[in-house]
Structure formats: C-alpha cells, structure tokens
Design a protein around this ligand. Structure first.
Ligand code: DX5
Ligand code: ZN
Length: 224
C-alpha cells in the first residue's frame, strides 16, 4: 500500500494559536500543512491569504501546500510563491487557461496541483496530468470544514488512481473533505495516498487525547 501521508488543514485550527497547533501536528507525524485559501467568490467563505503563509513559513519545517479555492488564481500565484508555499493547487473549475496556470506555478519553482470538485469528471484531468505533481479530489463541496464525506466520489478516486498510474506515476493523489478515522480506509482503498483532515484533527477534544492523538488515529486507520 505504501505510506499514507496526512495533511492537516489549518482551517479548523485555532488561529490565535496557529503556531502551537502546527508544531503539535508536526510532532504527531503530519507530513505537510494544508492551507485553505477562499475568496468569497469561487466558494461562499472567506479565509486567509499570503500573509498567513508568510508568517507560518519560518515557524515550521513541514511543507506548506496552498489549496486555492479562488476565481482566477493566476492573479495570486506569484504572491503565494513569494510567501513560501511549496505546493500551489488550483481548481480545474477556477480559471479558463489551466495549462498556462500550471506552467506558471512550475516556472515559479513550486509543485503544481489541480483540484476537482465532486461533480467534475476525472476525465478533465487527462491532458494536464503529465504536468502535475498532485491531484486533489474533493470529497465535499469546497467552502467549509466539518462537512460530511460524499461517498459517491469513491469511484472517481479509483479512476484518477488508474489515470495517474498510466500517465504520471509520480503524481500524488490527495483527497480533501470529511476525512477521519472512519472514512480514511475507503479513500485509501480507492487509491488516495495523501489525506487532508481539518476538523477530525483540530476539533479533537482534550479528553480524546487532543490533536496529536487524532493525527495518530487517522494514520493508524489509514494503514489498515
Ligand atoms: C474544504 C477545504 C478542506 C477543509 C476540510 O473546503 O478544502 O481542506 O478544511 O475540512 P474537514 O476535514 O473538516 O472536512
Ligand atoms: Zn482544502
């Protein structure tokens, strides 16, 4: 099966204690930090921008992956690159010229990812896949943490897995939305290797062992 990697989404962290929360998940075995950027247009919610990436960058050794849920992401690629993002993931549905966007991310020296919404077919990735370092299959409609996992995305995860194995085996397959210790085994079985988890990590209660125990529970259940 290979190693399953966990990418805690800081969206569900306590922003007043962001540094501490990130250090805690790093110690617990998180592979990277997932930064959810929302613009109030592509998705209903507004979250954070490059300034938070810039503040976080020197405080952690973990890679920072920015998930841009924004319209017209081309306008902000340079800002996120300069702020210290290691991976820049844009939505297939967020702009018009995806190929140009991906080439720009690579020219900035960053890893390039494409995310697809639950209703977007896997097939839309076929032509761009050879250029990608990461595909992100959304397992909820983007916009908010704490939503229920959409199980009908599982066959699509399998199709994306097959496409990656055929066209770009080094490309990572990540899933995002409603991932916890219960849903992790199904997405891993379908072929996901990087799991984003927000509320399952940062909303874990102290009586359940807090953030560190939550990271370990998800990784253990993903390992089968
Ligand atoms: C959803 C975001 C996710 C979100 C996941 O729009 O892209 O990264 O933080 O949160 P949970 O794990 O709570 O579904
Ligand atoms: Zn995300």
């Amino acid at each position: 099966m290979g190693m399953i990697k966990l990418a805690p989404s800081i969206l569900s962290a306590d922003f007043a204690r962001l540094g501490e929360h990130c250090a805690e998940v790093a110690r617990a075995g998180a592979d990277r930090l997932h930064v959810d950027v929302m613009d109030g247009h592509f998705v209903p919610n507004i979250t954070i921008g490059p300034v938070v990436v810039r503040s976080l960058r020197p405080t952690t050794q973990l890679a920072l992956e920015t998930h841009l849920m924004i319209e017209n992401p081309d306008r902000y690629l340079d800002a996120f690159a300069e702020a210290g993002a290691d991976t820049i993931t844009v939505h297939q549905e967020g702009g018009v010229h995806l190929h140009r966007t991906i080439q720009r991310i690579k020219a900035l020296g960053k890893r390039a990812g494409v995310a697809i919404n639950p209703a977007t077919p896997a097939e839309t990735l076929e032509e761009i896949l050879p250029d990608l370092d990461l595909v992100l299959v959304m397992t909820v409609n983007p916009g908010f943490g704490g939503q229920a996992f959409i199980a009908s995305t599982l066959p699509k995860i399998r199709r994306v897995r097959q496409m990656i194995d055929r066209l770009q085996p080094s490309c990572e397959l990540e899933v995002d939305g409603g991932i916890d210790a219960k849903t992790a085994p199904a997405v891993v079985d379908a072929g996901a290797r990087v799991l984003v988890a927000g509320s399952a990590v940062f909303s874990a209660s102290a009586s359940d062992g807090g953030v560190a125990a939550a990271v370990q529970r998800i990784l253990a259940s993903a390992a089968g």
